[in-house]
Design a protein around this ligand. Structure first.
Ligand code: ZN
Length: 215
């Protein structure tokens, strides 16, 4: 396979890039300014080396703690729990949230072999035990897995004394936080609902088998 076809083949592995788009990108790069193409290539090459996860929240950052965790102006009494680092950008874009974040790095999904242990829940509990946090906003995606994860957290923390809320509905069911528009997320943040009892839901889907007291 020649150089061009190899690049096209690799580009199709990117999310949202089909073979037609991949070919268009490859041809664009061939005709583009050489120094820019080199810069782009080196940025891609250095990405995994330079970008790490924040030791506190799991956000992607060049320097840990990340700019959000190290910002003295942020409200340390509220943590917004998200699935992935990119969800932080989505919520930050609304400008409505001034607290801190916690990235779970996924959701509970038995089909994909993702249990609560695979997520950063232990790290979250560690942060909560500091006593500064008073409220948790669960901003997992409105999918079955996202809801399952939210219910799991509610149940786990129900005796913690924390106020736990979830982004209000208005987000498209089965949708992705990343693709929801700013206004929807902004409304969703303001209209967040407090979650009360969630054990029944968890029992029915078999998540709640053993209960480990955390607080
Ligand atoms: Zn951070």
């Amino acid at each position: 396979m020649n150089t061009l076809d190899l690049l096209v083949k690799n580009l199709t592995k990117l999310p949202g890039i089909g073979s037609k788009s991949a070919r268009r990108v490859a041809h664009f790069l061939l005709k583009a300014d050489g120094s820019w193409v080199h810069e782009l290539a080196s940025q891609i090459g250095n990405l995994q080396k330079n970008v790490k996860k924040c030791e506190h929240c799991g956000n992607y950052t060049d320097k840990s703690p990340c700019p959000i965790c190290s910002d003295p102006g942020r409200d340390r009494s509220v943590i917004c729990v998200v699935e992935q680092p990119e969800d932080i950008n989505t919520i930050e874009a609304t400008g409505d949230f001034k607290g801190l974040y916690h990235v779970l790095t996924g959701v509970i999904s038995p089909i994909d072999g993702m249990g609560p242990e695979e997520l950063t829940i232990g790290m979250l509990i560690h942060r909560l035990k500091g006593g500064t946090v008073k409220e948790l906003i669960i901003a997992t995606n409105p999918t079955v897995e996202g809801e399952t994860t939210a219910l799991y957290l509610v149940n786990l923390l129900k005796k913690s004394g924390l106020k736990i809320s979830q982004l209000a509905s208005g987000l498209p069911a089965g949708g992705d936080l990343e693709y929801a528009d700013r206004l929807t997320i902004s409304r969703s943040l303001k209209g967040r609902r407090t979650l009360l009892k969630a054990e029944e839901g968890l029992r029915s889907i078999g998540i709640l088998n053993k209960e480990k007291p955390l607080f």
